[in-house]
Ligand binder design. Structure first.
Ligand SMILES: C[S@@+](CC[C@H](N)C(=O)[O-])C[C@H]1O[C@@H](n2cnc3c(N)ncnc32)[C@H](O)[C@@H]1O
Length: 284
């Protein structure tokens, strides 16, 4: 992303989650703050025309994926808290709203929002604009994954490396260099037993069939022209192997079939995810 301005993809995916609240029934991801967090003007415009983001026939697939990855991360977070997680680190948080609807009593689950400093500043301004008070159980940790280590950024924010922690990392890996992605995953692998991470990633273009490849190319051109080109892609089998080698004891990949069975079965509207991205869970 460009150094001097907040991520535009962060606003875009937040708008997709807001559109999901307005358009899709039943909702896969129920987020009562989704509409407010996009800002007053964008919320009014979206309410007036909830399909304003449907620029191509592929748009509903993207909305479905953005909703499903958040649902999966928060379902796994709930399991993680039952296993003893007391910190939730949201990596590349963008306009994620979990901290502002944290269902746990204060003192149970401390949330760290880690993001590029410019996006984080924009979010803090947005929270002020829309009148959301910062909860006591939230700490912001500005980190540029390309130039700083996650460990340094978290330690400076008061993260306790001795506590069982759940991490989510949604919609970010594709924007980084592969080595930066692996460095963050290695850092998570050193968290105490019981810790875990859910993240999504893009499939290597070399594994796509021609139809998938042309959808990939069209989307890649769009994000590159917005100044946030895709840079990292993975082969699910190799990534699984690498995560095990880092020390994760349990690794589970969710491809489109698994995600569609889990969250989009028997829908009347046909909403489902497409084939370009997977969601990975890895537990220490
Ligand atoms: C598509 S948004 C996803 C936001 C959020 N996770 C969500 O799902 O709504 C990508 C996020 O990655 C962050 N990001 C991109 N490059 C980064 C970097 N080098 N260091 C830290 N964060 C970065 C952006 O600031 C932005 O918040």
């Amino acid at each position: 992303m460009k150094e001097d301005r907040a991520s535009s993809t962060a606003q875009r995916v937040a708008m997709l989650r807001a559109a999901h609240q307005l358009l899709d029934d039943p909702k896969v991801f129920d987020d009562p703050v989704a509409l407010r967090i996009i800002g007053k003007e964008s919320a009014s415009a979206l309410q007036a025309d909830p399909r304003q983001l449907e620029s191509t026939p592929l748009s509903p697939y993207l909305r479905a994926f953005v909703a499903a990855r958040s649902r999966y991360a928060e379902d796994e977070l709930a399991l993680g808290v039952r296993r003893g997680a007391r910190q939730y680190v949201i990596l590349g948080a963008g306009f994620d709203t979990f901290a502002y609807r944290n269902p746990h009593p204060e003192g149970v689950l401390h949330v760290f929002e880690v993001d590029h400093p410019t996006t984080q500043t924009r979010k803090q301004e947005r929270l002020k604009e829309i009148g959301i008070t910062l909860p006591g159980d939230l700490t912001f940790a500005p980190v540029d994954f390309e130039t700083q280590t996650l460990g340094e950024g978290l330690r400076a924010a008061g993260y306790d490396p001795g506590k069982c922690t759940f991490f989510s990392w949604l919609g970010v890996t594709e924007y980084l260099m592969t080595e930066a992605v692996m460095a963050v995953l290695r850092s998570i692998a050193s968290a105490p037993a019981g810790s875990g991470v859910v993240f999504d990633y893009m499939i290597s273009p070399s594994l796509l069939n021609p139809a998938q490849r042309s959808r990939f190319d069209a989307l890649a051109r769009r994000v590159a022209s917005a100044g946030e080109p895709w840079q990292a892609f993975f082969d699910p089998e190799l990534l699984t192997r690498d995560l095990r080698a880092m020390g994760f004891g349990y690794v589970e990949d969710q491809g489109p079939e698994e995600i569609n069975v889990k969250y989009f079965k028997n829908r009347k509207d046909g909403l489902r995810v497409g084939t370009l991205s997977h969601v990975m869970k890895a537990e220490v």
